[in-house]
Each structure stands twice: as structure tokens, then as C-alpha cells.
Design a protein around this ligand. Structure first.
Ligand code: SAM
Length: 287
């Protein structure tokens, strides 16, 4: 099958199937072979890998994955693309396509049944309308993943790597740091896609920690504290935590924990590093 990273081949296959792009599915197909190579390199795909691709589209990145991985599982929501994928992936016997919404799939179950001895990696040019929920869900479900390599909006990649005290810093930055080591492999301009998105994109790889790098006694409390802080970003941490129904500590307990951690009582959550959030959660656990 012709390389779909070449725009002429993409146009030919779209025309053949009279394909109409569906905005609601975030369809921006890659048409740049250099970017496709970069994604494969960043994800360090080998024949020992079981790769889950979210949203194969017409199969452009999928072809590159099939050339390099042991096994590929591609999950596509748009049923109009299934006949297209049958044609564009017909040369490969190491790929399975599922016509499903990835948010409704039990990926844990699929991985357990299909991975064998292989390492599991997620690779995707993600539909932008569900980038954050997909990434949060992949991280929080604690699937046995080695890495997640995804094309996202440039602004989302920046939020994922943001440092305390910056405008981009938030719950996503902290979750990414807690579970993984992020690395931006490439910035990608709009002309590498069809149709062109309005914003720039980036390929980011998250290498998942094999074991937690931060000691936390109660993970649920830690993430509730993070959510509370960024739900009410402009409030002091004491007020934000005190107003959050999932957290049952008094103002005094929160203020004492801050003091014990050597932090000022009027500090805002957005100023705290992951280590400081964890320290505070561990202190509060004792109450
Ligand atoms: N991988 C292709 C490429 O790089 O050219 C297409 C990427 S396009 C940005 C996103 C793809 O995800 C589309 O094919 C879209 O139909 C699919 N998609 C959107 N929402 C989805 C969902 N909830 N579950 C699975 N696939 C989805």
C-alpha cells in the first residue's frame, strides 16, 4: 500500500471513499513523513512492542507502527473509516482494528488478554477534543504501559511540562509528573495535517515510572488536594481545601500541616511543587 504520509496518496484514498471529515471527531490527518518518522523514533518502537493506537484515521501512522511494532491495536470511533482501514492496512498481519470509542473500552482487559510478553505503548495523533481526559485516564488507570507518545496541541504539551507558579501549571502538570517523565520530541506546524488545524501541535512522550518516584500514603487524598487547589486557583490553599467536599480536614489542621511543612499559611496551591503537595498530604494523613 502506498505511503499515506505522502499528501497525494492521502487525497487519492479520501476521494476513492468520498470521505467527509467530521469535525466532532477531531479529524486532522498527518501528511508528513518526517513527522511520522519522528513519532516512531520518539516512541522507540521495536518488534517487542504491543502498540495501542487511538484514532488511526485512514491508517497513516498505523502503517508506520505496523512496520516497526510486534502487534498493533487501533481503536477508531468513526465507522466510515473502517472500510478505508481494511484497504490501507491490508498488507499487514500484525494489526487489529476495533470500531469503538476509546473512552468506553476496557483497555486493561484487552492488554491483559493480548500483550503476551510484549511491552505496551500508546502512540497516537490524538483527537484534540479529548486529549486531557484520554491522558488522565491512561495515567490514572495504572495500565501496564511503558510509554505514551502523543501528538497534542502545543499548548497542552506546555501544560503537561509546566512548573509551579506559572499560568500553565495545573492538575495535568502534576499528574504527568507523578506518573511519568515528559519529553517533547517535536513541534509540528499546521501544514503537516489535512485539514490544517488552527493551532500548532507537539509530539510529547511520557515515559511511565516503573515505581512511584514520590512517597505518598494516600494517593486519593493527594489528587483530591490537587483538584481542590486548581478548582479554585485564586484562593489560598487553606480556603480551597477547606471548601472542597471530598477533603474533611479543619482549617486548623490544614494550617498546622502547612506550618509543619515550612510553608506560609497564605500560600496558593499553584505555588506548590508535587513534592510539597505530597508532603502536605502525608502530614494530613496523620490527623
Ligand atoms: N492517526 C491519524 C493520523 O495521524 O492521520 C488520525 C488522527 S486524527 C487527529 C484523530 C482520529 O481519532 C480520527 O480518526 C477520529 O475519528 C478518531 N477519534 C476521535 N474520537 C475518538 C474516540 N473517542 N475513540 C477512538 N477514536 C477517536
Amino acid at each position: 500500500m502506498a505511503d499515506l504520509g505522502n499528501p497525494t496518496n492521502t487525497i487519492a484514498i479520501l476521494n476513492k471513499y468520498n470521505f467527509v471529515f467530521r469535525k466532532k471527531f477531531g479529524q486532522n490527518f498527518l501528511i508528513d513523513t518526517h513527522v511520522l518518522d519522528k513519532i516512531i523514533r520518539a516512541a522507540e518502537i521495536t518488534r517487542d512492542d504491543f502498540v495501542i493506537e487511538i484514532g488511526p484515521g485512514i491508517g497513516t501512522l498505523t502503517q508506520y507502527l505496523c512496520e516497526n511494532a510486534g502487534q498493533v491495536l487501533a481503536v477508531e470511533i468513526d465507522r466510515m473509516l473502517i472500510p478505508v482501514l481494511s484497504e490501507t492496512l491490508s498488507a499487514y498481519d500484525n494489526v487489529t482494528v476495533i470500531n469503538e470509542d476509546v473512552m468506553k473500552l476496557d483497555l486493561g482487559d484487552i492488554i491483559e488478554q493480548q500483550r503476551g510478553e510484549m511491552k505496551v505503548k500508546v502512540v497516537a495523533n490524538l483527537p484534540y477534543y479529548i486529549t486531557t481526559p484520554v491522558i488522565m485516564s491512561l495515567l490514572e488507570k495504572k495500565l501496564p504501559l511503558t510509554s505514551i507518545t502523543v501528538m497534542v496541541q502545543k499548548e497542552v504539551a506546555e501544560r503537561m511540562q509546566a512548573q509551579p507558579g506559572t499560568g500553565d501549571y495545573g492538575a495535568l502538570s502534576l499528574a504527568v509528573k507523578y506518573y511519568s517523565e515528559p519529553y517533547v520530541a517535536a513541534y509540528v506546524p499546521p501544514n503537516c495535517f489535512m485539514p490544517r488545524p488552527k493551532v500548532g501541535s507537539a509530539v510529547i512522550r511520557l515515559k511511565l515510572h516503573e515505581r512511584p518516584v514520590i512517597e505518598v500514603r494516600d494517593e486519593e487524598l493527594l489528587f483530591n488536594m490537587i483538584r481542590a487547589s486548581f478548582n479554585q486557583r485564586r484562593k489560598t490553599l487553606v480556603n480551597a481545601l477547606n471548601n472542597y467536599s471530598e477533603i474533611a480536614f479543619t482549617r486548623e489542621e490544614i494550617a498546622n500541616a502547612l506550618k509543619d511543612e515550612g510553608l506560609p499559611e497564605n500560600i496558593r496551591g499553584e505555588a506548590l511543587s508535587l513534592e510539597q503537595f505530597a508532603g502536605l498530604a502525608n502530614r494530613l494523613c496523620k490527623y
